[in-house]
Design a protein around this ligand. Structure first.
Ligand code: HEM
Length: 409
């Protein structure tokens, strides 16, 4: 007999007292009590690596965790650039008939795309060099905070300093260009942050912009590539799932002229593909959950959480719970048809005011990439029962080696 999972339990994580909230009711409680009982909280290790001491504890850091209007403003226009870049990357690195490591190439692609869309940078050498610094930062997030030369943490801090220096240089250069020629049509995040004030009527200063952009580059770095990797993994494992996605994508492909790019409307027609992507994120969520801090003492399910304690919600307490997802290990995209899952049970992007700001961006990125792969290629996984490791995001142990075979015309 299955035991009922606890609704809340106490633990110690990263040196903090932590109340872990479980199930749909735990998620609902945290997501709907934002700024009443709880507020956003990031582990100190992450703050130390991400922020400069002058920005830590500063009220302005709060603004840096708010979604910037500029991030969402150009989503519709991004579809075309995403399509162009996906096509280019696949032709350059992935196909045809090569044995490729999906995990590494997805990371290369998603990072190049972020650099293009957030910073308007296309120089692949710069992107490769910077990507290496990002890997050091990501490693720092799960390291011991010992700041002496040679440690993972120390490398992360150094990488952050290099990145900020590079970003500030780019910001200064872009500022100069924009003063000479106010390019209001510029569609990258950086130009817009420099030109257009945010909701509070404020244009952030260079350091704040650099920190914000570093934040979104990091937030999008491994999450979207992990999502792409696992969608391709499941597509290669389940021929019927692949066939249904192929059918939908071919209808879209057939409606296009030879040089015509995908557009926003095409994305709205990828309903089944999105169900497949969501089922993939249910079973292999790229992010594990999030943290909050108690603003005041409160009681939840008979458990008192004192002010200052941290709380944690996790995707794993609902995504594989048979109460919400019958036969939870089964890959079944039809779960998302009709009404779909019960609210607060499918939470790969979190919920409430701090729900992932990049959710729509990630949806476009995933669907455009699925289109470019599936409408052109069949997928053959090379290693049959590849192990998955967790860091804590899932990673295929061999990097998911695969062959993309062109469809026979
Ligand atoms: C499949 C891809 C992605 C997944 C699964 C994902 C997941 C998440 C999760 C679980 C959170 C924590 C939410 C919470 O604590 O309630 C989060 C926060 C965040 N994500 Fe994403 N994310 C993805 C892609 C992106 C992208 C592409 C961007 C930027 C363009 C982004 C930007 C952010 C930001 C800025 C936050 C902090 C939100 C806040 O604290 O207010 N994410 N994401």
């Amino acid at each position: 007999e299955q035991s009922t999972p606890p609704k809340v339990f106490r633990t110690s994580l990263m040196g903090e007292n932590m109340a872990v909230m479980c199930g749909a009711s735990g998620n609902k409680f945290l997501f709907s009590n934002e700024d009443k009982l709880v507020t956003s909280w990031w582990p100190n290790l992450i703050k130390k690596i991400l922020y400069f001491p002058s920005l830590l504890n500063d009220a302005s850091t709060r603004d840096l965790t708010k979604p910037h209007r500029a991030l969402l403003q150009f989503l519709k226009q991004y579809v075309e650039i995403m399509d162009l870049m996906a096509h280019k990357h696949i032709d350059m690195d992935w196909a045809p008939n090569k044995k490729v490591k999906v995990y590494l190439l997805s990371k290369k692609y998603t990072f190049a795309l972020s650099c293009r869309l957030f910073l308007k940078i296309e120089d692949s050498e710069w992107v490769a060099r910077i990507s290496n610094d990002f890997d050091h930062i990501m490693a720092g997030f799960i390291s011991l905070p010992i700041d002496i030369p040679g440690t993972t943490f120390n490398r992360a801090i150094k990488a952050k300093n290099i990145l900020h220096k590079e970003l500030i240089e780019i910001i200064k250069k872009r500022k100069k260009e924009l003063t000479e020629k106010r390019d209001l049509a510029a569609q990258d995040l950086l130009s817009h942050m420099l030109l257009v004030p945010d909701e509070n009527g404020k244009v952030l200063n260079e350091m704040e912009i650099s920190t914000y952009i570093l934040g979104v580059l990091l937030a999008s770095h491994e999450t979207t590539s992990t999502a792409i990797t696992f969608v391709l993994k499941y597509l290669s494992e389940f021929p019927d799932v692949y066939d249904a996605v192929l059918k939908e994508q071919m209808e879209i492909a057939k409606s296009k002229g030879p040089e015509e790019f995908l557009n926003w409307n095409d994305i709205q027609n990828m309903k089944h593909s999105w169900n497949v992507a969501r089922e993939s994120m249910r079973l292999s969520p790229p992010g594990i959950g999030g943290f909050r801090e108690a603003l005041t003492d409160f009681t939840y399910e008979g458990f008192t959480v004192p002010k200052g304690w941290k709380t944690h919600w996790t995707v794993h307490s609902t995504h594989k719970n048979p109460e919400y997802f019958p036969d939870p290990e089964k890959f079944d995209p039809s779960r998302f048809e009709g009404e779909g899952p019960v609210p607060y049970t499918f939470v790969p992007f979190g919920g409430g005011p701090h729900m992932c700001h990049g959710k729509e961006y990630a949806r476009l990125e995933l669907l455009v990439f699925m289109y470019n792969v599936v409408s052109r290629f069949k997928l053959e996984k090379v290693v049959p029962n590849e192990k998955i490791t967790y860091n804590p995001s899932p990673i295929p142990a061999n990097g998911l080696p695969m062959r993309l075979q062109p469809h026979k015309m």
